[in-house]
Design a protein around this ligand. Structure first.
Ligand code: PAN
Ligand code: ZN
Length: 175
């Protein structure tokens, strides 16, 4: 077990970023090929390769007892009729739950377990519980504002992105 020292991060609401991060992932449309309708993806890429979402993450040991946490910012926008969204994943360790805390904007948390699917509308202050075993993805349903949320999950969860292809999420189409 690695002995940790206490630490903190500072949310910068003007920049929609968590200051103090060790990792910053930028996901562009090219990283999400296969997630949206193919023709819409091609048409959108002809105009550029937009940033769909960004993740600011702290470096915490990937061990049971530790708590990974990050801030995700999803830009406003659509690919065809579908809003910008995260890839979505299941946790490799199916005993690992997660909490999402809405900070800015309007999003939807889509969850899936086998044939069951659930959706939670996320606003600033919404605290959503993703039970162990449920796949999860977030969607920004605003055309003008970024959607920003904070997440906390067990250090040993792991990610399973492939399973999203086998057990896809319900679609959230623009109205
Ligand atoms: C979140 C997600 C984050 C980015 O922190 O990892 O929002 O989404 P993808 O991982 O699906 O690209 C989380 O659920 N962590 O477990
Ligand atoms: Zn997760």
């Amino acid at each position: 077990m690695i002995e940790m020292e206490p630490f903190f991060s500072q949310m910068n609401f003007d920049e929609n970023a968590m200051e103090g991060y060790e990792f910053h992932d930028i996901r562009r449309l090219e990283d999400l090929i296969g997630y949206y309708n193919e023709a819409d993806t091609v048409i959108t890429l002809e105009k550029g390769n937009p940033v769909i979402y960004e993740v600011y993450k702290r470096d915490v040991p990937k061990e049971s007892g530790e708590l990974l946490h990050c801030v995700t910012m999803i830009n406003p926008g659509r690919v065809g009729s579908e809003y910008y969204m995260t890839k979505g994943h299941y946790h490799q360790d199916e005993t690992c739950a997660e909490i999402y805390y809405g900070q800015k904007g309007h999003g939807r948390l889509v969850m899936q377990k086998g044939i069951k699917s659930r959706m939670v509308e996320m606003f600033p202050g919404t605290i959503a519980y993703i039970p162990a075993g449920w796949g999860h993805r977030t969607v920004n349903v605003s055309d003008s504002e970024p959607f920003v949320f904070f997440s906390i999950w067990p250090g040993h969860s792991g990610y399973d992105y492939e399973r999203v292809a086998e057990e896809p999420f319900a679609k959230v189409e623009a109205e």
